[in-house]
Design a protein around this ligand. Structure first.
Ligand code: CUA
Length: 331
C-alpha cells in the first residue's frame, strides 16, 4: 500500500498508508488485508455478473421460454450458493480476527519506559505538556507541536478542555477521541524522523478543520536539546525595542489569556508563549509562524480564523512593531 504514498504530490506525512511507527504499521496491515479481500471479491462478483449478462445477451429481448429445471442444475445452483456463503463467512472471520489481533497488539505496546506527554484538546488548538515529576516547576508547556525522540515509546495522556475532539496522526497511531472529564491513554512510537501532521478527527465546531498539529520526531540528542531549551524561562529582552514590546504585552489584554514564563503573564486560557518563536506555525498549524502572520493574528484573529477565542486587539503601529520584535525573541 505504500506505493500509493509514493505518488508525487501525495501528502505522505499525513496518511495511514505510510506508517512511521509500529502502531500505524499494525493498522496498515489490517487495512491492506481488508482492502485486498474486498477488492478481489468485488472484481470476481463483477466478472461473474458480466459473464452472465454477456452469455444471455441475445435472449434478453425475447419472451422467456419456460424451461423445466433439472434436478442436476438445481443441485449445482444450491452447491454454488452454499460455497459462496461459506467463503463469505470465512473471509469475514479472517477480517474479524485480523482486527482483534491488531487491537491486541496496540494494547500490548511497551508502556513501561514510555515517555508521558499530556495532550489537551481545545477549541481549536492543542495544549501539549511534558510533566516533570522530579521538578514540577520545570514542566514544559507548548502548543500544537509535539516533539518526540525517535524509537522511544510514548504515552499520550489525553483529555479535552471543552467539547469532544479526536487525536489522530495517521502515520503514527489510530484515532483516539478526547472527551471532557475523561482521561485516555494512547501508546505509540515514532521510528522515522520527520514532521508528521495530525488533525482533529471529530467535528468540534466552526474551526474543526483548522485544528491540526505536528509530531516532530527527532534523534534523542536533538530532542534533549529541544527539551532543555523549553525548560528555560523566557529570555530577558535584550534591547530597548524588545523591552518596550514586553511592556506592551504585559499592559494589554494578552496577559488575560497567555503565559510567558519569567514574566507576570500566567494565564492558561490560550497557548503558552514562553517559546513561541521556536514553533513553526501559529493558530494550530494554520499559518506559518512569520512576523506578518503574527501581526495579523494579534490585530484581528477573527478575520483569519473566525470564531477562535483570540479577540481583536487595538494596538498602535509602533507598539505592534515592538511587541512583534519581543515575541520574535522568544525562541
Ligand atoms: Cu477539535 Cu475537531
Amino acid at each position: 500500500m505504500s506505493l500509493l504514498a509514493a505518488i508525487p504530490g501525495f501528502p505522505s506525512n499525513q496518511t495511514s498508508l505510510n506508517p512511521a511507527g509500529p502502531a500505524a504499521a499494525h493498522i496498515e496491515h489490517t487495512f491492506a488485508l481488508i482492502f485486498w479481500i474486498t477488492a478481489t471479491v468485488y472484481f470476481i462478483t463483477l466478472a461473474v455478473l458480466m459473464y452472465f449478462v454477456w452469455s444471455r445477451r441475445w435472449t434478453l429481448a425475447l419472451a422467456p421460454i419456460p424451461q423445466p429445471t433439472s434436478d442436476a442444475s438445481d443441485r449445482l445452483a444450491t452447491r454454488a450458493v452454499a460455497a459462496a456463503v461459506a467463503v463469505t463467512v470465512l473471509l469475514l472471520f479472517v477480517m474479524l480476527i485480523s482486527s482483534f489481533v491488531t487491537s491486541h497488539r496496540l494494547g500490548k505496546m511497551n508502556d513501561q519506559q514510555a515517555l508521558t506527554i499530556n495532550v489537551y484538546g481545545h477549541q481549536w488548538w492543542w495544549e501539549i505538556q511534558y510533566p516533570n515529576e522530579a521538578e514540577p516547576y520545570r514542566m514544559v508547556t507548548t502548543a500544537n507541536e509535539i516533539h518526540v525522540p525517535i524509537g522511544t515509546p510514548i504515552r499520550i495522556h489525553g483529555t479535552s478542555r471543552d467539547v469532544i475532539h479526536s487525536f489522530w496522526a495517521p502515520n503514527i497511531q489510530g484515532k483516539r477521541d478526547l472527551l471532557p472529564g475523561y482521561n485516555t491513554d494512547v501508546l505509540m512510537q515514532v521510528d522515522k524522523a520527520g514532521r508528521w501532521r495530525g488533525q482533529c478527527a471529530e467535528y468540534c465546531g466552526m474551526q474543526h478543520a483548522h485544528m491540526s498539529f505536528y509530531i516532530v520526531a527527532e534523534p534523542q540528542q536533538d530532542f534533549d536539546n529541544w527539551m532543555s531549551a523549553q525548560m528555560q524561562p523566557s529570555v530577558v529582552p535584550g534591547n530597548i525595542q524588545a523591552m518596550h514590546g514586553q511592556q506592551v504585552f504585559l499592559s494589554h489584554a494578552c496577559v488575560l489569556c497567555h503565559t510567558i514564563r519569567g514574566t507576570t503573564a500566567g494565564s492558561h486560557v490560550g497557548p503558552d508563549l514562553t517559546h513561541l518563536a521556536s514553533r513553526s506555525t501559529i493558530a494550530a498549524g494554520m499559518l506559518p509562524n512569520t512576523v506578518g502572520n503574527l501581526g495579523g493574528w494579534i490585530l484581528n484573529a477573527q478575520a483569519l480564523k473566525p470564531g477562535s477565542r483570540m479577540p481583536p486587539n487595538q494596538i498602535s503601529g509602533p507598539d505592534l512593531q515592538d511587541l512583534l520584535a519581543y515575541l520574535e525573541t522568544l525562541k
